[in-house]
Design a protein around this ligand. Structure first.
Ligand SMILES: [Zn+2]
Ligand SMILES: [Zn+2]
Length: 368
């Protein structure tokens, strides 16, 4: 049992509270990880108002972290103390039907317990006094010490700065991975929403060799960073009436690939309508409100357009994340210019307030 400072969400509608919780030793197949840094991501905020059915209160939030293994439990074979790791909300067991399919990075072997806020054995490792505190997304990176299953930890090279590569735990990989999968050299690309995921789609498209990268957003202040990462054209959605028409004009009749990063259903439809016939591909990344439906005329698909989704950029966490760490250390993938604010854990609520006002791109909190 060790003590750990952690940001705990006790119930919906309250701010996070900094508490000293206790963390139990790792069980079979688990590891204790000291988190060095964690990004604040929009998905954490879905738990604030009770809108995330997979958040069981009280909970330690956070899912975009990086740290070091402190101790491993019985039956752990691929990790040892001192290893640098990125926690994965999507694990990679390597042996289930999904992992063996070669067709997806999804692995749902521990989804059921993860979505109930407990470890695969059915219990939590966190306590506050005599109260159980739950895990969130299986990661809980807003605690200095956290426990994860081995299959949900990507070991990374130890020369990567943890307070930068933590963004590979969510936004950077989700955006860049999705673009690298669906953008070809010479393509025209549209990116709807230039937040934490969208700016990484922009740079993934640039890395893939896109010749035209059109960003669409209602906030013109997001333009400079997107341009720095590779955006060639900007459509100000707060000023332009016919957004689809503008994208068609800039791309000479429709884009080869469109990426939707807002989760707003009418924007998803704009992304579909922006595609060129024959081969245009729309990739949905933003998470829609629960129960939402997307509709479009079947002819759009019959004439060769593809509408698909992507989870964590299509990247298998344990076997695929190392490539992105390499891209960062080689100076190809720019993570640091997205980190607009750094703060200690104690200021975490200020960071989320800033996100709510749409200021900056990423806040990274640290425990040092
Ligand atoms: Zn996230
Ligand atoms: Zn699996």
């Amino acid at each position: 049992m060790i003590s750990s400072r952690a940001a705990v969400l006790h119930r919906p509608g309250e701010p996070l509270r900094i508490e000293t919780i206790t963390v139990a030793p790792p069980g079979p197949g688990e590891a204790l990880v000291e988190i060095a840094a964690s990004g604040l991501c929009h998905t954490d905020t879905t738990a604030f108002d009770g809108g995330n059915p997979s958040c069981v209160y009280p909970a330690v939030l956070g899912h975009e972290g990086a740290g070091r293994v402190m101790e491993v439990g019985p039956e752990v074979t691929g990790l040892r103390a001192g290893d640098h790791v990125i926690p994965l909300y999507g694990p990679e067991c390597g042996s289930c039907r999904m992992c063996l399919s070669g067709r997806t990075n999804l692995c749902w072997t521990i989804k059921d317990t993860r979505d109930r806020g407990v470890m695969p054995g059915g219990t939590s490792r966190f306590r506050l006094g005599d109260q159980t505190v739950h895990h969130f997304m299986g990661t809980s990176t807003f605690s200095q010490y956290t426990v994860l299953p081995e299959i949900a930890l990507a070991r990374i090279r130890s020369d990567a700065p943890l307070d930068s590569v933590c963004l590979l735990g969510c936004a950077a990989t989700t955006g860049a991975g999705a673009a690298l999968e669906d953008v070809r050299n010479g393509d025209s690309v549209a990116v709807f929403g230039l937040g934490g995921v969208g700016v990484n789609v922009v740079q993934g498209a640039r890395i893939a060799g896109a010749k035209r990268i059109i960003g669409v957003d209602t906030v013109a202040a997001k333009r400079p960073l997107a341009e720095r990462l590779g955006m060639t054209d900007f459509v100000d959605a707060s000023a332009v009436d016919d957004i689809v028409g503008a994208v068609h004009e800039l791309s000479g009749g429709g884009v080869d690939a469109a990426f939707e990063c807002t989760g707003i259903v009418p924007v998803m439809r704009q992304a579909v309508d922006s595609l060129i016939a024959g081969w245009g591909t729309c990739v949905l990344l933003g998470v829609e409100p629960s129960g939402a439906q997307l509709s479009f005329p079947p002819v759009l698909a019959r004439y060769g357009r593809t509408i698909k989704g992507s989870y964590f950029g299509g990247v298998k966490g344990r076997s695929g994340l190392g490539r992105f760490v390499d891209l960062y250390l080689d100076g190809v993938l720019d993570i640091d210019s997205q980190i607009t604010h750094r703060a200690p854990l104690a200021d975490i609520n200020t960071g989320f307030d800033r996100m709510g006002r749409g200021e900056g791109i990423r806040t990274v909190i640290s425990f040092d």
